[in-house]
Design a protein around this ligand. Structure first.
Ligand SMILES: Cc1cc2nc3c(=O)[nH]c(=O)nc-3n(C[C@H](O)[C@H](O)[C@H](O)COP(=O)(O)O)c2cc1C
Length: 165
């Protein structure tokens, strides 16, 4: 798995912070797509890992608390419009699969779906959930990113499977 760090991670890093990757999360009744631009890859607790940062105001947020599994879907440049849509509309008010035409595909190790169009799919399961606390963040970051609170929460996930097209 660690060889993946050298081959897959640079391809994903190329997409962040912009145009972003699509995280697919949810449960048996509903799944949702959200564009993410902030990711960290590495190794923790002896697992190859990926950390995502999701604000508590996102519709996607409670899904991650309810079901630890999610997929990170890396799409080619031709899907820029769809990625932008998922990063500017909330699943509270629309069905992003219907609106973008993005089609789900089954994942290998988890029940949460992947995207058929993805060039790379990373299947993940959350093993740590760490909130940012106000006193831990510099005044400059506080003022720039959190004038209204609504902090990002860090979700540390182990990587269960990586699929390349
Ligand atoms: C390029 C890009 C990167 C983004 N990165 C993040 C991120 O890392 N974390 C986050 O919470 N929101 C991020 N967003 C904002 C969410 O994608 C956006 O608020 C989305 O509409 C939330 O969808 P939801 O309410 O259905 O969960 C990003 C948006 C864009 C366009």
């Amino acid at each position: 798995m660690h060889q993946i760090f050298q081959t897959i991670f640079p391809q994903i890093l190329d997409k962040i912070p912009s145009p972003g990757v699509l995280m697919l999360c949810g449960n048996q009744e509903k799944e949702n797509l959200i564009t993410l631009g902030w990711l960290h890859f590495g190794s923790i607790w002896n697992y190859p890992s990926l950390t995502i940062y999701v604000r508590s105001s996102r519709y996607s947020y409670p899904f991650l608390l309810e079901n630890p599994d999610f997929t990170i879907n890396v799409l080619s440049k031709q899907y820029q419009k769809e990625i932008q849509f998922c990063g500017s509309h909330s699943g509270r008010y629309c069905d992003k699969f219907k609106e973008t035409g993005l089609v789900k595909a089954p994942s290998k190790k988890i029940t949460v779906s992947s995207l058929k169009a993805a060039e790379i799919v990373v299947e993940c399961s959350i093993i740590g959930n760490v909130p940012f606390l106000q006193e831990q963040i510099s005044d400059q970051i506080q003022a720039q990113f959190y004038p209204q609170g609504d902090y990002h929460q860090q979700f540390i996930a182990k990587i269960l499977n990586i699929k390349e097209k």
